[in-house]
Design a protein around this ligand. Structure first.
Ligand SMILES: Nc1ncnc2c1ncn2[C@@H]1O[C@H](COP(=O)(O)OP(=O)(O)O)[C@@H](O)[C@H]1O
Ligand SMILES: [Mg+2]
Length: 292
């Protein structure tokens, strides 16, 4: 008798979820990245009990029609690449098409989405990977995703979650990283129905850092702005020697290497860059850098 079996789809998604969804903060990361890829100008993240009870991400991005909303829950369904050639020029944050089905397979999941100009939106309810309801929805244009009872059907994973406070802190850290990477997007974090952080749209990383950490911190930062012969740009703010924060170290390097910079500058640029960063890191723990 044959011993090899094809896994049922839901089980395959739960297995994939093991890689994509480690904890509530990884759900927030995936959902916020999708909102950014959808061209959102405003993103709201709401959490309850460290994200274990509920995570909600609301955006005003491009939304989806009903067919796409259903497809987005299938594994390997993505709007971001269509051919191997697209891989070389990828500019989105995701492209594997695994996040939504993975998250939906290990939670009670609700997707509500509407394209701007569409008469009605779509609401889909999924329970542990099984689609239970598909109906018209009436929310504002954009996408709303709600993830409740994360890992309710995978007790072994739930056991590995830390305290509510720790998980909330991980989410907050993830939220800040995304907000620092995208000052052009307005971000709101709501914890247990109270606004914990509200960051208006700004035009510069400097203003975003000020809104997040206060104007006083800016005095302790040095701006760096470099461009090499091949057009690779390194921009950002680093802490002056000796400056660090009591709280968790803030290190943020956003490497966006464009297709024009070929041959890929990764090894050549990133290695010296990370050496510089690491060198700096011995003296300070505040770094925000964009590489373009
Ligand atoms: N917030 C969103 N707004 C609009 N479309 C979305 C949103 N989230 C997901 N999608 C669509 O669903 C698809 C699947 O999402 P995901 O599973 O995260 O895979 P990936 O991001 O790797 O493509 C995306 O390619 C995108 O087309
Ligand atoms: Mg994604």
């Amino acid at each position: 008798m044959s011993r090899i079996k094809l896994l049922p789809e839901t089980l395959a998604s739960q297995v994939a979820a093991g890689e994509v969804v480690e904890r509530p903060a990884s759900v927030v990361k995936e959902l916020v990245e999708n909102s950014i890829d959808a061209g959102a100008r405003a993103i709201e993240v709401g959490i309850q009990r460290g994200g274990m009870s509920r995570i909600r991400v609301v955006d005003d991005g491009c939304g989806m029609d009903r067919d796409d909303a259903l497809l987005s829950l299938e594994r390997h369904a993505t709007s971001k690449i269509a051919s191997a050639a697209d891989l070389a020029a990828i500019s989105t944050l995701g492209f594997r098409g695994e996040a939504l089905p993975s998250i939906a397979s290990v939670s009670r999941f609700r997707l509500s989405t509407r394209e701007p100009g569409a008469v009605a939106g779509t609401e889909i309810l999924v329970n542990g990977g099984r689609i239970e309801t598909v109906r018209d929805g009436g929310e504002a244009p954009g996408t709303q995703i709600e993830v409740r009872s994360l890992f309710y059907n995978v007790p072994a994973r739930r056991k590995f979650l830390r305290s509510e406070t720790t998980e909330a802190r991980n989410i907050e850290h993830q939220f800040f990283l995304q907000a620092l990477a995208h000052p052009e997007i307005g971000f709101t974090l709501v914890r247990e129905d109270n606004i914990a952080s509200q960051l208006p749209i700004t035009t510069s990383l400097r203003d975003r850092i000020r809104d997040l950490y206060g104007a006083k911190l800016l005095d302790d930062l040095l701006e760096i702005s470099l461009r090499d012969r091949r057009g690779v740009q390194v921009q950002g703010w680093i802490g002056r020697a000796g400056v660090s924060r009591q709280t968790r170290a803030q290190q943020f390097v956003d490497a966006r290497l464009t297709a024009e910079s070929s041959p890929p500058p990764c090894a050549k640029v990133i290695t010296p860059l990370s050496c510089a960063v690491n060198f700096r890191l011995r003296f300070c723990s505040l770094i925000w850098i964009h590489v373009k």
